[in-house]
Design a protein around this ligand. Structure first.
Ligand code: NDP
Length: 285
C-alpha cells in the first residue's frame, strides 16, 4: 500500500474537541447552552442507534438535547405539528428528524416543516439555496465532513480537478457547491456518465458517493489522487465503501477507509452546525 490513510475517527475526535472548547467559550461569554432536538418516528433499530449516538455526542461536547420518540403509526400531520412547534420553541437551536420516516410519511414534507434557522442537517430548500448562492448557512453534515477531511489531509483544492461520483441532494450536489467555493474545477458524474473510468482518472480529488460496493477500482484513479469514499454498503462480506480500497490504495496518494473515514465525520459536523445555529440565533435575538 502506498496511499496515506485519512483517519476519519481521529479527525472527528479533533472536531468534537474543538466544538467542546467553543461551546464552553460561548457559554462563558454570556451565550446560552446550545440545544439539539432529535425526533425519531418508529422502531427501525439502525435509526435508534444513530439517534442515540447523536445524543451521546451532544453530551460529550456540552450541547443539551431533547429527544422526542414517536410510535411508528404517528400521522404525518402530528409529526409536522411537532416539528413546527420545535421551530417556535425558543429553547431549541437545532432540529434533527431522523430519516427515513415510516413509509406513510413524506420526508420532503418533514424537511419543509423544519425552521431553516434550526436546520442543522442542512436539508431544507433554504439551506440548499444559500449553499448554491455561496452565502453563509447550515451545510449538510456529510459533505461538510468531506471538506473537513480534505483540509485535514492538506489536499490542495484551489484549481484542482475534483470529480464527484453521485449527484444526490444529500451528498453529491452540496459537494459541487462546496468544492466550487474552494475554487476546484468540479465534475459531477452519475449513472448516465459515459466512460466513468476516464472521467474519474482526470481527478486530483475523487469523491465516491454512489451506494454501489467497490464500484471504483484502480482503473478509475489517477496516481497520487486523493480519494474520499462516502459509500456505506452492507454486504455479506461486511461493511464496504464505493471504492475498492485494496486496489485503489496502491495507486492513490491518500484515501479514506470504510469504516473509519467519512462516517465518523457526520455526527461531528452535526455538533458544529448545532453550535453555529445557537450562535446565529443568539445574535438575532
Ligand atoms: P443516492 O442513492 O441518493 O445517490 C446515488 C448517486 O450515485 C446517484 O446520483 C446515482 O446516479 C449515482 N450512481 C448510481 N449508480 C451509479 C453507477 N453505476 N455509476 C455512476 N453513478 C452511479 O445515494 P446517497 O448520495 O444518499 O448515498 C451514497 C452513498 O453514501 C451510499 O452508500 C450511502 O450509504 C452513503 N452515505 C454515507 C453517509 C455517511 O455518513 N458516511 C451519509 C450519506 C450517505 P443517478 O443520479 O443518475 O441515479
Amino acid at each position: 500500500m502506498s496511499a496515506k490513510i485519512i483517519d476519519g475517527k481521529q479527525v472527528s475526535t479533533e472536531v468534537r474537541e474543538r466544538v467542546a472548547d467553543q461551546v464552553a467559550e460561548f457559554i462563558a461569554s454570556g451565550g446560552h447552552q446550545p440545544v439539539l432536538a432529535t425526533v425519531l418516528v418508529g422502531d427501525d433499530p439502525a435509526s435508534h442507534v444513530y439517534v442515540a449516538n447523536k445524543i451521546k455526542a451532544c453530551e460529550a461536547v456540552g450541547i443539551g438535547s431533547v429527544h422526542h420518540e414517536l410510535p411508528a403509526e404517528t400521522s404525518q400531520d402530528d409529526l409536522l405539528t411537532l416539528v413546527r412547534a420545535l421551530g417556535d420553541d425558543d429553547g431549541v437551536d437545532g432540529i434533527l428528524v431522523q430519516l427515513p420516516p415510516p413509509d406513510h410519511i413524506d420526508p420532503d414534507a418533514v424537511i419543509a416543516a423544519i425552521d431553516p434557522a434550526k436546520d442543522v442537517d442542512g436539508l431544507t430548500a433554504t439551506s440548499a439555496g444559500l449553499l448554491v448562492g455561496g452565502r453563509p448557512g447550515l451545510v449538510s453534515c456529510t459533505p461538510a465532513g468531506v471538506i473537513e477531511l480534505l483540509d485535514h489531509a492538506g489536499t490542495e483544492l484551489e484549481g484542482a480537478e475534483a470529480v464527484i461520483v453521485g449527484r444526490s441532494n444529500l451528498v453529491g450536489k452540496p459537494l459541487i457547491s462546496l468544492l466550487l467555493a474552494r475554487n476546484a474545477t468540479v465534475t459531477a458524474a452519475h449513472s448516465r456518465t459515459r466512460d466513468l473510468p476516464a472521467v474519474c482518472r482526470r481527478a486530483d480529488v475523487l469523491i465516491a458517493a454512489v451506494g454501489v460496493p467497490e464500484l471504483l477500482g484502480a482503473e478509475h484513479v489517477k496516481p497520487g489522487a486523493t480519494v474520499i469514499d462516502v459509500g456505506i454498503n452492507r454486504t455479506d462480506d461486511g461493511l464496504k465503501g464505493d471504492v475498492d480500497f485494496e486496489a485503489v490504495s496502491e495507486i492513490a496518494g491518500a484515501i479514506t477507509p470504510v469504516p473509519g473515514g467519512v462516517g465518523p465525520m457526520t455526527i461531528a459536523m452535526l455538533m458544529v452546525n448545532t453550535l453555529a445555529a445557537a450562535k446565529s440565533r443568539s445574535k438575532q435575538s
